[in-house]
Design a protein around this ligand. Structure first.
Ligand code: ATP
Ligand code: MG
Length: 392
């Protein structure tokens, strides 16, 4: 059992000694039954947040309105959440207010899918009220209770079903799928940030292609940006552990909708820069496979553009391992490391500052990368005056 798990058990022990119930719940139980590595182990308890804070000496309020207290007493932080229901739902969204309850059953009933609605006691007993273990065996995602009711309470659950299918390679149970097909338009009520978080998890999943197939079959796809229906095949080989690679691939496949993708999924400046770099490099590489010329890019950009070419079935004249090897052995990695800058160039000529400077520095970079000239001021001056100026 992981360190996190053992720490959670110690926390449970202390809560029980204070006279309350406490269990491990949700994703941790699911991942444990799947023999997957468990990252965050959540504890649920009958104790109210104020009562939890009295039991432990070191706590942080991370979501006190939602009943969550972070317990730091055992070194590793553990999230402890009071058994709760979610009260009334409006606008198909998760409610702001919650109601604390004293029984585990009520807490498990408000959870989305049977595989996510199990708890495990300190002694190892599994509390499985909705057939979660059977569904893990059968590899299905099934809503707890009436799926239409549950998706109308919180429409994001529909996309979560897709996300779990992408992560686990599970199918979506028939009634659950039907309910999504009927209510897929409700996803429009959900904050884009929550949609983006689920999509980002899909990009990092082991079964992206299968997940996107469910996205199409469930009729959710038309409410998102990206032509998933017609591009399914292009995702067959896609694989990444970085969400920005997924966003970039989505942009590659939907070139005319890039701005729409940026806006809809609220991508960050950093993600947008990465995407532009990758697509520029990809285009350049398809013109001319002399990687050397493009090595001023970061390794992730290089490798991503390379993967895209493979996933798009272009023939590539070198292996992926070559990229890292070549990059490692380059005389310099970035333009900043060049021994000269714009001021040098101006001093060496009587020309005025202008766009030619960038052209000259880019050319200098390529000359250095190709070891045509050494990265030294004097050598670069000689190259600039003799080769570069002469060529113009
Ligand atoms: P991971 O952390 O790997 O993304 P997880 O199962 O822990 O997976 P979280 O989003 O962290 O997923 O949620 C923790 C638990 O809270 C879930 O297992 C589920 O029981 C419950 N849950 C989360 N979001 C919802 C929701 N929108 N509706 C109902 N239950 C939810
Ligand atoms: Mg979690």
């Amino acid at each position: 059992k992981s360190e996190e798990w053992l720490v959670a058990l110690k926390v449970i022990d202390k809560i029980e000694k204070a006279g309350f119930d406490a269990v491990i719940v949700g994703g941790a139980v699911r991942d444990y039954l799947l023999n997957k590595s468990v990252n965050d182990v959540d504890v649920a308890t009958s104790a109210l947040p104020s009562e939890v804070k009295e039991i432990f000496s070191s706590t942080v309020d991370v979501g006190i309105d939602h009943g969550t207290v972070l317990v730091l007493d055992e070194g590793q932080p553990v999230e402890v959440t009071t058994f709760r229901t979610e009260g009334t739902y409006t606008d198909y969204r998760r409610p702001e207010e919650v109601t604390f309850v004293r029984t585990l059953q009520e807490d498990l009933e408000r959870r989305d899918f049977t595989i996510n609605a199990m708890a495990i006691l300190k002694n190892g007993t599994i509390i499985d009220l909705f057939g979660g273990q059977e569904d893990i065996e059968k590899k299905v995602i099934r809503a707890v209770g009436d799926p239409n009711v549950r998706f109308r309470e919180d429409a994001l659950r529909m996309l979560r079903a897709i996300r779990f299918s992408a992560q686990l390679g599970f199918t979506i149970e028939e009634k659950t799928l039907k309910a999504i097909q009927i209510d897929s338009d409700l996803i429009d009520f959900i904050a884009k940030e929550r949609i983006t978080m689920e999509m980002a998890k899909i990009w990092k999943s082991d079964y992206v292609y299968e997940g996107l197939k469910w996205l199409v079959v469930s009729k959710l796809a038309p409410y998102l940006v990206g032509d998933f229906k017609n591009q399914l095949k292009s995702w067959k080989e896609f694989r990444s552990n970085k969400p920005e690679v997924g966003w970039a691939y989505l942009c590659l496949l939907n070139r005319k909708d890039i701005q729409h993708i940026f806006d809809f999924y609220r991508l960050s400046k950093k993600e947008k820069t990465f995407i532009r770099d990758v697509l520029n490099l990809y285009d350049a590489l398809l013109q001319k496979w002399t990687l050397m010329d493009y090595f001023s890019n970061e390794l992730l950009v290089l490798e991503t553009a390379y993967d895209f070419a493979i996933w798009q079935h272009h023939s590539v004249p070198f292996s992926k391992e070559d990229i890292a090897k070549v990059k490692e052995n380059l005389p310099i990695q970035k333009v900043d490391e060049l021994a000269i800058n714009g001021n040098h160039l101006i001093n060496w000529t009587d020309k005025k500052r202008g766009p030619w400077i960038k052209v000259a520095l880019d050319a200098a970079l390529i000359a250095v990368l190709n070891r045509y000239v050494e990265n030294e001021e004097e050598k670069l001056k000689e190259w600039f005056l003799n080769d570069f100026i002469d060529e113009r």
